[in-house]
Design a protein around this ligand. Sequence first.
Ligand code: NAP
Length: 434
Amino acid sequence: MRHIAVIGSGPAGYYTAEACAQRFGAAVRIDIVDRLPVPFGLIRFGVAPDHQAIKAVTRRYEAIAEGKGVRFLGNVAVGRDVTVDELRGLYDAVVIATGAPADRPLDIPGDDLPGVIGSAAFVGWYNGHPDFTELAPPLDGDTAVIVGNGNVALDVARILAKSPAEFVGSDIVAHAFEALGNSAIRRIVVLGRRGPHQIHMTPKELAELAELERAAVRVDPADLPPVGDDDALDASARKAVGQLREFAAAGGAGERPVGIDFRFFARPVAITGEGRVERVEIQRMQLDAAGEPQPTGAIESIDCGLVISCIGYRSPPIPGVPYDEPAGRFANDAGRIAPGLYCVGWARRGPTGTIGTNRPDGYLIADAIAADQPVAAGKPGGAALDALLTDRGVATVSFDDWHRIEAAEAARARDGAPREKFVDVDEMLGARGA
Ligand code: NAP
């Protein structure tokens, strides 16, 4: 029997389990461990609460989790309850699928002021991640500044702009629903250090802004390149830029209580304030021949009470595991870190691509395991891990336990919501029942 441990139960973890189950059939046992008592990682804690259709991919992961030879072991933190080296001693292959849950730092003066928040923290807060329950983002100012021109920036802008009625059907957690309902923010400035042709936003996500009930999107026509230049873009980017052109042409869509202002060629260079963020200093940029942003010398400032950086993520290092510091992910060669140790998904290639991009990643790793270890090494696998965890007093959470937590979350949902998530590890453990 071949034993495989997957660390992390997000998309990369489940696609790896699926690929390994298909590749090795009845001759494999796969344990998916997660430091939290609840599964699905990015789907539960990253995907926006008003994107329930995307979250529905968990049905596929449930089928994998309930497949023969696959187990979920929640509430097991690698580094706290068991080390990577111990796992390598127990399993033929250990696959790190921990994603990229840490914020890339802005690295500008004032980025440590209260009120400057990374998107991992802010998204974790409105999605009920236990690490960010206490975040209390300051929503008392009139203006919020979002740094970055990717889809996360769009998620954050949309969530800040929505009225309470627009959260019907979402699973935004109660503390965020209530705080956002009382928010004073009426102006959301989205900063891009490059131009409209360099955005990482996708057309569907941009178009959602046009549907917002009380927000007008403003794009300065002067920031847009000549229309003919769009021909050089791929189809998706052309559509996205076309949406920006529509926003510019609409001229702010009349009187609306909330404004979402796209500011291109604008790089934040400092954040200032007495004891909390009060303004962001912006350097006006222009692109050089290589498309890199270069300062023009013009500086301006935006008064604001909240700055959310949405500039990408890093995988936190694990002691003893080779790490690529500049890239913010594990050092690997096509997923191979060391004999019997692999990484997959964002932990392997960084935070890019869609959820589905992780599926071929899982197959890549299953193929690498098969090529590296044509015959299983006879390691003891899950039974030995269970014994070790019992010895250490670790209360693991099974997939059946998760179903009980899930049922309790559904039972306490507010009207129209699919669930009210538990946001505290002890609450989660309490809800798993006997
Ligand atoms: P992203 O797509 O890589 O965008 C990061 C943005 O931050 C870029 O505009 C980048 O500008 C900017 N940036 C980076 N460093 C900066 C700095 N120091 N100062 C100013 N700006 C800086 O990352 P993301 O938005 O975090 O998204 C991560 C992944 O999740 C992406 O693949 C995304 O598509 C996916 N996602 C998808 C959805 C969805 O489909 N609904 C939702 C959320 C996330 P430059 O281009 O100049 O580097």
